[in-house]
Design a protein around this ligand. Structure first.
Ligand SMILES: [Zn+2]
Length: 78
């Protein structure tokens, strides 16, 4: 069985979905969501990738909308 391959929006690395953290946009806010329907954005499980994605507005591109990023999301990486 093969799992879907996704790209990290921070560094561009491709990996199996289960290796990555998934985010979705909910009411304009970036939230962590492994099962939420709709378009998702992925990062490696490394804070550096998250921060890089934020600084490059990569989440906005991946999710095709402007999302607010709550800094509390960084706790997902510790
Ligand atoms: Zn990455």
């Amino acid at each position: 069985m093969s799992e879907p391959i996704r790209s990290c929006v921070g560094c561009g690395r491709k990996a199996g979905q289960s290796e990555l953290l998934r985010f979705v946009a909910k009411d304009g806010l970036l939230v962590s969501g492994t099962t939420d329907p709709g378009r998702g954005a992925y990062t490696c499980r490394r804070l550096a990738c998250f921060e890089r994605a934020v600084s490059r507005r990569a989440f906005n591109r991946a999710l095709r909308q402007t999302v607010r990023v709550d800094q509390k999301l960084t706790s997902l990486y510790t």
